[in-house]
Design a protein around this ligand. Structure first.
Ligand code: P6P
Length: 335
């Protein structure tokens, strides 16, 4: 079968033996995410038609208004994963604490934990801008058969066994890695099937797009200010183009296809940055590195950071490796 016409289901079966600890459970996690993505996609695409947009009136641990779709997507992904009897624990941006998942027999024999941002960029929903789901998968580190603990979630990003995102955009795509490269699957909504449309996705070493919210410029560290001015300078292949959607998944996805760098730095308003290490930066970093890109906190590799809290925030520089390296050069001057 031609590579590009392969369905996600066929691809998962074909690559089964490549999955670390190939016991079939990781495949079942990807399959669960595939199903949940289709269910959420249906709702996201209808958002403008039914009374599901607009804040749910509550706030999540981040102190952000919960859009109704946030709540809905969170419930769909959590329930789908629980129903598949494959994970022992789930952490979500929308939940203050992690969820312990017991098997049907009340056992804790499942070996994986999933961390996710069920609907990232949800503030864009009301203005019809693409949003995304981000997920990260680890093998538990505490003994199988015992209740999952916080330790199972606070693992460095380089321990991930799988990571990916769903982008609900002009088309809906599932892009993921299990440590053997990055592949993108596009949903054919007419039949509800994901097809391999972007095999072996790669970040170019260089690019001409920088993505940062320049409205915060005066609050940025001097190294970031210097890098932005470097991007704007008339020299060589510069000035670069500034593109910022305000949706991490969308900016990341465009930069992976076209070449570019995404930066969410610390600022006087966000002393640790805004993005969360466990379910935004680490999964996107895993994908970036698997695609030949680079992911840094401005000084060192994101995936080597030892997490201390479930919802901790870190500064995030991610994309074409030479662009991230250049930004790190500017940051190093003021370390
Ligand atoms: P700002 C969405 O809330 C998000 O977490 C990312 O998806 C996005 O890149 C960023 O925050 C946008 O934040 O402060 O620039 O609006």
């Amino acid at each position: 079968m031609k590579e590009r016409n392969k369905t996600l289901g066929e691809y998962i079966i074909e690559k089964q033996e490549e999955f670390k600890y190939s016991s079939g459970e990781l495949s079942r996690i990807i399959n669960a995410i595939r199903l949940a993505a289709k269910v959420v996609n249906y709702k996201v695409n209808k958002a403008g038609l039914v009374d599901i947009v607009g804040a749910a009136g509550e706030q999540n641990i981040q102190g952000e208004d919960q859009q109704k779709l946030d709540v809905y997507a969170n419930e769909v992904f959590i329930q789908t994963l629980i129903n598949r009897e494959i994970v022992c624990g789930i952490a979500s941006e929308e939940n203050d604490d992690f969820i312990t998942v017991h098997g049907k027999a009340g056992d804790d024999n499942n070996k994986y934990v999933v961390l996710m941002d069920p609907l990232d960029g949800s503030s864009n929903i009301d203005v019809n801008v693409s949003v995304g789901t981000i997920f990260s998968v680890y093998r538990r580190v505490t003994p199988v058969g015992t209740p999952v603990t916080l330790e199972d979630f606070l693992q460095p990003g380089d321990q991930q066994v799988a990571a990916g995102y769903v982008i609900y955009g002009t088309s809906t795509m599932l892009v993921y890695t299990t440590g053997h490269g990055v592949n993108g699957f596009t949903l054919n909504p007419a039949i509800g099937t994901f097809y391999l449309s972007h095999p072996n996705m790669q970040y170019s070493a260089d690019g001409k797009i920088y993505s940062v919210n320049e409205g915060n410029y005066i609050h940025f560290p001097q190294g970031v200010k210097d890098y932005i001015k470097y991007c704007q300078m008339e020299e060589g292949d510069r000035p670069y183009t500034s593109r910022y959607i305000g949706s991490l998944v969308s900016d990341f996805h465009r930069n992976m296809i076209k070449g570019g760098v995404y930066i969410y730095p610390t600022s006087s308003k966000a002393p640790n940055g805004k993005l969360r290490l466990l379910y935004e930066c680490n999964p996107m970093a895993f994908i970036a590195e698997q695609a030949g890109g680079k992911a840094s906190d401005g000084y060192g590799r994101i995936m080597e950071i030892k997490p201390t809290e479930l919802h901790q925030r870190v500064p995030f520089f991610c994309g074409s490796k030479n662009m991230v390296a250049k930004a790190e050069e500017f940051m190093a001057k003021y370390k």
